[in-house]
Design a protein around this ligand. Structure first.
Ligand code: FAD
Ligand code: FES
Length: 280
């Protein structure tokens, strides 16, 4: 199977999106699933949230962070990704919740925001509010890639107030929780704000599903790298998640595990930079 890139768009200085042919993943995709990419033979496996599936293609949002995402950014339309595996994970129930808020502040959370809003909005009795927050207006995605088309209400926020409402999604959500009856919150993106959203929703007694994005090595439940503690019980983010009840997550453990491979990641990036010296 050739996983050809059919579209590539730059979203801001660091994020980009691709549409890529992956019929097996596209056919079985349920919002909340993710997939695993191997960009080149012998490359590492990196997990990626799926924004949507249309026909044989899936859409993915990427942030350029380290070696593999930089390698991926070097690919252009018509190039191939070596392998795409999935869909993976156990999405939360797709059902009637009532008034739902999905809040996100980072590339992977934005993909999940789109996917979950899109499916939940189709269920009678749900009213979907999507909040997307970015640091500044320069980071905001092009309008057509924001979640407005898949939500009943859409709130764009920037932390410096340069576009949309001023503040992080946490500020916007707190205002909503004070003023309106919210039945269910979902959140994705950076892990530290997910800990805060769990505390915030607990204060207002509103349930929250959070995407607990842990470092994954095999993403098939074999290595234990992505373990998280839910109500004291060990779970695997790649099999049982990555969306979990935020009120039950051991956030201190989840945050500390994110830095496990920092020194190895820096070495991999140095090697790539060395390799790229002189390459135009
Ligand atoms: C379920 C899930 C869904 C994800 N969805 C997206 C997405 O839609 N878009 C996106 O840009 N990123 C997503 N990520 C994170 C993405 O997998 C990492 O950014 C990627 O592996 C970085 O690889 P790298 O070699 O470029 O950087 P590295 O130098 O390897 O890592 C840079 C940083 O990325 C994080 N990271 C690295 N490897 C992993 C890993 N295997 N799992 C989780 N985090 C990692 C760490 O915080 C690390 O410090 C997702 C992660 C998970 C677990
Ligand atoms: S990534 Fe290995 S068990 Fe989840």
């Amino acid at each position: 199977m050739k996983h050809t890139i059919t579209r590539k768009e730059v979203l801001n200085g660091a994020d980009f999106l691709i549409d890529v042919v992956a019929p097996g993943v596209a056919k079985r995709f349920v919002p909340g699933n993710f997939c695993v990419l191997i960009t080149i033979p012998n490359g590492e496996r990196i997990p990626m949230s799926i924004q949507k599936a249309e026909g044989d293609t899936i859409s993915l949002f990427f942030k350029k962070l380290g070696k593999t995402s930089f390698e991926l950014d070097m690919k252009k339309v018509g190039d191939e990704i070596y392998k795409i595996i999935g869909p993976m994970g156990s999405p939360p129930p797709i059902k009637k919740y009532g008034t739902v808020v999905f809040a996100s502040d980072l590339v992977c959370g934005h993909a999940e925001n789109w996917a979950m809003c899109d499916i939940l909005r189709k269920i009678p009795g749900n009213h979907i509010i999507s909040i997307q927050s970015f640091p500044t207006s320069a980071d905001v995605y092009p309008d057509k890639e924001l979640c407005e088309p898949v939500a009943d209400e859409f709130i764009l926020a920037t932390e410096d107030g340069s576009r949309g409402v001023k503040g992080h999604y946490l500020d916007v959500l707190e205002k909503l929780l004070k003023e309106r009856k919210i039945d269910q919150v979902f959140a994705g993106g950076g892990i530290p704000p997910l800990q805060k959203i769990s505390e915030l929703t607990k204060k207002y007694n509103v349930p929250v599903y959070t995407t607990v994005r842990q470092i994954m090595v095999d993403a098939t439940g074999m290595c234990g790298s992505c373990r998280v503690f839910i109500d004291g019980e060990q779970k695997l983010a790649c099999i049982d998640g990555p969306m979990f009840d935020g009120h039950k997550v051991d956030w201190e453990a989840a945050i500390s595990r994110l830095t496990m491979f920092k020194s190895k990641e820096a070495v991999a990036m140095d090697c790539l930079n060395e390799k790229m010296k002189g390459v135009k």
